[in-house]
Design a protein around this ligand. Structure first.
Ligand code: GLN
Length: 479
């Protein structure tokens, strides 16, 4: 078996046919990490011993008659999702050395399905960033070009999957952090609708925007992992009791008759022509395969970045208040007062970007400015959501670029936060509106860098998105 190309589906078949055991498969993943991660830096930690123990348990369960698509399949997890007994640092010095003492609901569900937790993937500190350069610990490299970023914030997960160090991984997406690194690295990334997947046990960045989702080599694998993750969780009040449909069956819908909307505000000057060419090529291929293409308008798109960076930072400033040096995480060595303990622990523990967000968020929430910033942003957010509701009356899915560029060079964007924020223009609206979105590879630039196509669907419309994504994958090819 070759971990570089092996999919979850193929691994499930190999395990079922007894071509290899889960212990052998896990050993192969661990060997791939050993061999490649020195160059890629996709992982922050690897739990070889724990993974092999879980793999042995999965083999024993299978021997006693158990079956399942994820039974014995190793999955990498972004380092802000709790897995009982494994580190959970959020790529921050403030949580260096912290070990999770319970499973997030998503981890518990994977564990119940028999998945194996091989390691923890790198990310921008507290998921704040678009390049993984804001990790306090290491710089993950793009598997297609080691001088370039993997995207972010789930850059470690994307690089692990695309770089042949994982079959599948979990990421989180608050404003694009699953879709954009999937696009930069050339894998599939699915951001479920707000409320589709539980966030219990996932370190909160911006609670009205965060979602957990799969990063995989194929759309089918994304459907398989989502089927395991999705559904009501009494521990997360934002998960409604909406039945989980058969995502596998949705893949077989085909492109014929699918109504694809192209929002004209997403097809603008400023996007790299090589990216646009791939996206347009994929849309044309869908049309040739029988899809109907219509133009739609999302007039409030131009406000999305401003609204997002107000809402997200406001929520982050509240969520990160818990890292105070008292309950957990880094504590300063010699505090001179209680206030000094908080201030110094946080000053020493948080990185520059996290501090910038906390300051921004505190500012927009402060009395005197609340109505002018946060209150207004919430109102514009409603207008953005309504734009999408109107658009989805005339189409089943929207197709757009994921990002205005392919992967850029390490160091190129990190001195200019605004430039980096603007790169999130095509992904943040889906979070503001609670939609689901997929990034599926749709070609490469002349330099050989992958380009993702974004497929957006209405809230709880994952079936349409998976159907369209599968169609694109078959037409354009995964590589
Ligand atoms: N790049 C965006 C930000 O920095 C999105 C991050 C995310 O989705 N976690 O906030």
């Amino acid at each position: 078996m070759d971990i570089a190309t092996l999919t979850v589906k193929e691994a499930a078949r190999g395990l079922r046919a007894k071509d290899y055991s889960s212990v052998e498969l896990t050993q192969a993943v661990l060997a791939a990490i050993r061999e490649r991660d020195g160059a890629l830096n996709a992982y922050l930690s690897v739990d070889a011993e724990g993974a092999l123990r879980q793999a042995a348990d999965a083999d024993a369960a299978r021997a006693s008659g158990r079956e399942g698509d994820l039974l014995g399949v190793p999955i990498a997890v972004k380092d802000l999702i709790n897995v009982d007994g494994q580190p959970c640092t959020c790529a921050s010095k403030i949580l260096r050395g912290y070990t999770a003492c319970y499973d997030a609901t998503v981890s518990a569900r994977l564990r119940q399905a028999g998945a194996v937790f091989a390691g923890r993937t790198n990310m921008d500190e507290f998921a704040m960033g678009s390049s993984t350069e804001a990790s306090a610990f290491r710089t993950t490299r793009n598997p297609h070009d080691g001088t370039r970023v993997p995207g972010g914030s789930s850059g470690g997960s994307a690089a692990a999957v695309a770089g042949g160090e994982a079959l599948a991984a979990l990421g989180t997406d608050t404003g694009g952090s699953i879709r954009q690194p999937a696009s930069f690295c050339g894998c599939v990334g699915l951001k479920p609708s707000y409320g589709r997947v539980s966030r219990y046990g996932v370190t909160a960045y911006a609670s009205s925007l965060d979602q957990v989702g799969p990063m995989t080599k194929t759309v089918e694998d994304a459907a398989t992992v989502l089927s395991c993750l999705a559904g009501r969780d009494p521990r997360d009040g934002t998960t409604p009791d909406v039945p989980v449909p058969d995502y596998g069956a949705a893949l077989r819908g085909g492109l014929k008759g699918l109504r694809i909307g192209l929002p004209k505000e997403y097809y603008i000057a400023g996007t790299d022509p090589a990216v646009m060419a791939c996206v347009r090529g994929a849309v044309e291929a869908c049309a040739a395969a029988g899809a109907e293409v219509v133009e739609v308008s999302l007039p409030h798109t131009e406000y999305a970045i401003a609204v997002y960076y107000i809402v997200a930072t406001a929520e982050a400033s509240a969520n990160l208040a818990r890292f105070d040096g008292v309950r957990y995480g880094h504590r300063t060595a010699n505090p001179e007062s209680v206030f000094g303990l908080y201030a110094k622990s946080r000053a020493e523990g948080f990185g520059t970007e996290v501090k910038r967000r906390i300051i921004l968020g505190t500012y927009v929430l402060s009395s005197g400015y609340y109505d002018a910033y946060y209150g207004r942003a919430q109102k514009v957010r409603t207008l953005i959501r309504r734009d999408y509701e109107a658009a989805f009356r005339s189409c089943d899915v929207l197709m757009t670029p994921v990002a205005p560029t392919a992967a850029y060079r390490i160091g190129e964007a990190c001195d200019d936060p605004l430039k980096m924020y603007l790169g999130d223009i095509f992904t943040v609206p889906a979070n503001l509106a609670g939609l689901c979105g997929l990034s599926v590879p749709c070609g490469k630039t002349p330099e050989g860098l992958p380009v993702g196509l974004q497929v957006l669907g209405p809230a709880f419309g994952e079936c349409a998105v998976l159907r369209a994504g599968q169609g694109v994958e078959e037409l354009v090819g995964a590589e």
